[in-house]
Design a protein around this ligand. Structure first.
Ligand code: IPE
Ligand code: IPE
Ligand code: MG
Length: 248
């Protein structure tokens, strides 16, 4: 995979890889005087819509932040509900992804999940591994710092020293995917919250005030329209870019 810090990546108007922080579930529920967990349930529907829309548009990789390394600090009942929802989705939703030719990968630290969840993850990944459609990467117990540290530790253990981008990349989550072209965060907050720190080096950012459960094809279209207007220079000048990548 080409590195954005080393060469000009190939990209076009349709992002090859979109990364999303699905934020605002709790506030969506609170506005409706519902328990926060209802927002998470509704958020899962929004994710299903996003996945089908991205597959339709020809996006190759979609990476969504479902649970961060810091989210364990939430109240135990909310964490418990999220784990249950994760387990249920692995059981109920994976078949449909598979039937549509999609691939599923879970990125993050698996060591804190219950054994049933780990088994569910492994089964889902194995079932869909050979599919060639959109690859949905779900970040669960994921943190950008965790990712860099686990990659460095494994690379060093394998004898790589000094490390280079090329020797480190295969150890990072998503090391075999193009780096995200577009990053979307809903919920109005404008921060990375320890998502893909390494991989977002040259990603275009789009922030939307819409709360995640209300995210729909129209919001995605707005993000894509904004993305198409960006001139991605990767450190160069406008004039150095191929003509079709220059923006007036
Ligand atoms: C994002 O929505 C989902 C998770 C972090 C699991 P939130 O639960 O953070 O919703 P808000 O930000 O409190 O509204
Ligand atoms: C980021 O959202 C993590 C996920 C969406 C899973 P948070 O709601 O946890 O982020 P902060 O704490 O507001 O930065
Ligand atoms: Mg939040």
């Amino acid at each position: 995979m080409k590195s954005s810090t080393q060469s000009l990546p190939d990209y076009s108007d349709v992002p090859r890889h979109i990364a999303v922080i699905m934020d605002g579930n709790g506030r969506w529920a609170k506005k409706r005087l519902l328990p926060r967990v209802m927002g998470h349930k509704k958020g899962l529907d929004a994710l299903e819509n996003l996945v089908s829309e991205c597959a339709r548009l020809g996006v190759a990789q979609l990476t969504v932040f479902a649970f961060s390394t810091e989210n364990w600090r939430r109240p135990a009942d909310e964490v418990g509900f999220l784990m249950q929802l994760f387990m249920q989705s692995l059981q109920k939703k994976v078949r449909r992804l598979h039937d549509n030719g999609l691939r599923l990968r879970i990125i993050g630290d698996r060591s804190r999940f219950a054994p049933e969840i780990v088994a569910g993850i492994e089964a889902a990944e194995a079932l869909t591994a050979a599919n060639t459609g959109l690859c949905l990467n779900i970040a669960a117990d994921y943190g950008g710092r965790w990712d860099i540290l686990q990659a460095v530790n494994r690379a060093v253990a394998d004898g790589h020293h000094p490390l280079t981008e090329d020797t480190l990349r295969p150890y990072l989550s998503l090391g075999d995917a193009p780096e995200p072209d577009l990053f979307i965060r809903t919920g109005g907050e404008e921060r990375i919250s320890n998502f893909l720190l390494w991989q977002l080096a040259y990603t275009e950012f789009y922030f939307a005030d819409v709360l995640w459960p209300d995210f729909d094809a129209a919001t995605l279209a707005q993000a894509l329209a904004s993305y198409r207007r960006r001139e991605r220079r990767f450190g160069r000048t406008s004039e150095q870019l191929p003509l079709q990548q220059q923006r007036p």
